[in-house]
Design a binder for this molecule. Structure first.
Ligand code: NJP
Length: 245
């Protein structure tokens, strides 16, 4: 209630569901992504429901764009209490396919994006002497799977960043850090897979089990941020009941 949140990757999937959920629970929310039309639509939905949101067109890879978005949020609402570092990509392929451009995009968005937004938001949280950073890692940030090697490497980096940030920022600055590690969630993430074999595999997976919904992860984030101040939900691993690996 009354908190100011920045959600990256808010134009679809987990980010959109979480932005709506936080707004419905009284937070004023900055919705950040590149597709501004989608963000505006979500802000309209939030406002119609009596909440407050602002669309922040932002490319998390571009530090200047992130700085500008965070400044707009702070100007509009007066600070940042919650950062949901959620923007991410998963164009899967085997290493031997040498999809070097896709590897670089994953490193840029999944790792550098988290660093850029954290760098832009942290000074505000340190000044406020409080804050909560929630990072979207993955089951791929706990284990390595063949065919997902580079994605796993980027999500292991997010898990490592979360752990280190929690240790450095909790005691010293009263900033909590939560690492969310979902299994398969039904979102648009799978649409960007350009490798036909990997795409086929993911399509088959969808027929074999019921994926999590984006709202399930939004609930998890809400649970973490609503916990009492002395409680840091450091890591949450959320799986579809039928996902065996
Ligand atoms: O996917 P999707 P999810 N700058 O595609 C944004 C992780 N995860 O909700 O810029 C700024 O619906 C993009 O916005 P736009 C996953 O790794 C998922 O599933 O407008 N934003 C969109 O809003 C990721 O970290 C599963 O194109 C950028 C969002 O990212 C997170 O969950 C399992 C951007 C992606 O939304 C959310 O993904 C798991 C940029 N440069 C972890 N590039 C799963 N779905 O199964 C992209 O373990 N975005």
């Amino acid at each position: 209630e009354g908190k100011i949140a920045l959600v990256t990757g808010a134009s679809s999937g987990i980010g959109a569901a979480t932005a709506l959920k936080l707004a419905a629970n009284g937070a004023r929310v900055g919705l950040a992504a590149r597709r501004a039309d989608r963000l505006e639509e979500l802000v309209s939905r939030i406002e119609k429901a009596g909440g407050q949101g602002i669309a922040l067109e932002m490319d998390v890879v571009d530090a200047a764009s992130v700085e500008a978005g965070v400044s707009r949020l702070v100007q509009a609402f007066g600070g940042v209490d919650i950062l949901f570092n959620n923007a991410g990509l998963m164009p899967l392929s085997d290493i031997e396919a040498l999809k070097v451009d896709e590897w670089q995009r994953m490193v840029d968005v999944n790792i550098k994006g988290v660093l850029n937004t954290t760098a832009a938001v942290l000074p505000h949280m340190i000044r406020q002497k409080s804050g909560h950073i929630v990072n979207t890692s993955s089951i791929a940030g706990r284990k390595v799977f063949a065919g997902l090697t580079v994605y796993c490497a980027t999500k292991h980096a997010v898990t490592a960043l979360s752990d280190g940030m929690r240790m450095e920022l909790g005691k010293k600055h009263n900033i909590r850090v939560t690492c969310v590690q979902p299994g398969a969630v039904e979102t648009e993430l799978y649409d960007q897979i350009s490798d036909p074999a990997a795409r086929q595999q993911m399509e088959e997976l969808k027929t074999q089990m019921e994926f999590l919904k984006a709202e399930d992860i939004a609930e998890t984030v809400l649970f973490a941020v609503k916990s009492p101040r002395h409680v840091d939900i450091a890591e949450v691993f959320v799986m579809p009941t039928q996902q065996a690996w």
